[in-house]
Structures are given as C-alpha cells and as structure tokens.
Design a protein around this ligand. Structure first.
Ligand code: NDP
Length: 245
C-alpha cells in the first residue's frame, strides 16, 4: 500500500476511521472526505503523525456532485491521483414503512446510494484514465436479508450491492476492481444506543457469538482494496460473524 492514495468517505469517525487507520498502518496516504470538516482534519492529522503517511481531511458532501468533483480536483493537485476509493459514508433514519416520512426515505437514499454513485462516477474517471484502481463499497447485511423498520436503509444497501456489480462490469476492462463489504452488527455509536439485553439478544443470532468491531470490517476492506485481491471483482463479502450464510 505504500505510496497509494486512498479516499475514505465518512472517514472522520466510526467504521470509516477504522478503515483509514488500517490503510494508514499499511502505508497508504489518506484523504478523508466528510461533512464533519473539523473531525476529518483531526483524524487525518492523527494518522499522519502516528503512521508517517501523508493525510488530509476535506469537507465533502457525497450527495453533491460539485462538492465531490472539487474534492477530486484537490486530490489530484495535492496527492497526484486516487488509487483506492472506500465509499463508507452512510446514515440511518429508521421507521416502519407506513410511518416513514418522505424526507427520511429521500435522505437515506441520497447519502447511502446516490452518494456511492456520485463518488464512483467522479473518482472512476480518474481511475479509468490511470488504468488502475480499487473501489470498496460499504453495504450492510440488511441489504441482503431485509430488516423491519429499515425500508429506506435496506433498499439503499441492496442498491449498493447492485451498483457494485454494475461498476465492476463497466470498469473491469480498464483494470479497476469494485467490491463491497456488508457488515452485520458492529459495535459503534449506532449499536451502543441499544440496551445490554438487546445486545445480548442480538449476539444469540450470530454464530460466532458476539458483535463485530470496526476493525473486523476494516481488515476485510483493506484486503479487497489491496493487490492481494487482484483477481476479485463484483463481489460482496459479509462480515457478520456468520449471521448471513
Ligand atoms: P458513522 O455515523 O459513525 O460515520 C459515518 C460518517 O459519514 C459520519 O462522519 C457522517 O457525518 C458522515 N456522513 C454522513 N453524511 C455524509 C455526506 N453526505 N457526505 C459525507 N459524509 C457524510 O457511521 P458508521 O461508522 O456506523 O457506519 C459507516 C458505514 O457502515 C455506513 O455506510 C453504514 O451504513 C455501514 N454499516 C454500519 C453498521 C453498524 O453496525 N454500525 C452495520 C452495517 C453497515 P455525520 O455524523 O455528520 O452524519
């Protein structure tokens, strides 16, 4: 990974920060694109200091084409190009279908699905021209199995899996691979809100018997992003302790 430039959307915190940390440990230069501008810069500064790589944080809204295009221009100017794109930015606005507000449907689809298309389109142009690159999209197991109360989220993540396969087919002839990682229940701020009892109940659904960590997801992402996965494209790896088989 040394000398490679990796963009991580939503990389200021959570799973995105864990992915940025693993890639920095492997020697990659890190570009964090996040709406949380200060946190993106702080995370980038920490990674540069701790791992001796080049790193920078940028204010980017993945739903806004002009914002993403400007970030791509900065990446080319400041880093010389983009080798790896991790489409990680994502949100939840949960609710049962019959109670879900239209704005909650639209916002989740805009960030989780359109955002992946937008970044793939803008960064893809750079990668196709360079005839190399690796893209990893963060989906979710609920995109595979559904989940009551998450119509917008599960539809967006199922969409990400379809988009992964189409981008893989469109980009393969130019040496650009596209894969996805679908995390299960991961211990983050999102799942910390659940009660101890709810977390224990969840763990009983997982053959490996415990919730995953952001690092469990990050290691699978780093593998797919790296040349160790050079003959893998269009695939989705479930990182879920065996919950989905
Ligand atoms: P976090 O909320 O901790 O991190 C997501 C980051 O993305 C935040 O910094 C967020 O900023 C940022 N973001 C939100 N909207 C945008 C936008 N329009 N443009 C750029 N950045 C944006 O989430 P997690 O780390 O928990 O999740 C990361 C990914 O993993 C998501 O795609 C999620 O769907 C997926 N996932 C998570 C699971 C889990 O158990 N946690 C399980 C399965 C999948 P802000 O806080 O301001 O919104």
């Amino acid at each position: 990974m040394r000398g490679k430039n990796a963009v991580i959307t939503g990389g200021a915190r959570g799973i995105g920060e864990a992915i940025a940390t693993v890639l920095a440990k492997m020697g990659a230069n890190i570009l964090i694109w996040d709406v949380l501008e200060d946190q993106a810069r702080e995370t980038a500064e920490k990674l540069a200091k701790e791992h001796g790589v080049k790193a920078a944080g940028y204010s980017v809204d993945v739903t806004n084409g002009a914002s993403v295009d400007a970030a791509v221009d900065s990446a080319v100017k400041d880093f010389g190009g983009i080798d790896i794109l991790i489409n990680n930015a994502g949100i939840t606005r949960d609710g049962l279908i019959i109670r879900m507000k239209e704005e909650d449907w639209d916002k989740v689809i805009a960030i989780n699905l359109k955002g992946v298309w937008q970044c793939t389109k803008s960064v893809g142009k750079v990668m196709l021209k360079a005839r190399k690159g690796s893209i990893v999209n963060i989906a979710s197991v609920v995109g595979v199995m559904g989940n009551a109360g998450q119509a917008n989220y599960s539809a967006s993540k199922a969409g990400v899996i379809g988009l992964t396969k189409t981008s893989a087919k469109e980009f393969a002839s130019r040496g650009v691979r596209v894969n996805a990682v679908a995390p299960g229940y991961i211990q983050t701020a999102m799942t910390d809100k659940l009660t101890e009892e709810q977390q224990q109940r969840m763990a009983t659904l997982i053959p490996l018997g415990q919730l995953g960590t952001p690092e469990d997801v990050a290691d699978a992402v780093a593998f797919l992003a790296s040349s160790a996965a050079r003959y893998i494209t269009g695939q989705t790896i479930n990182v879920c302790g065996g919950m989905v088989m």
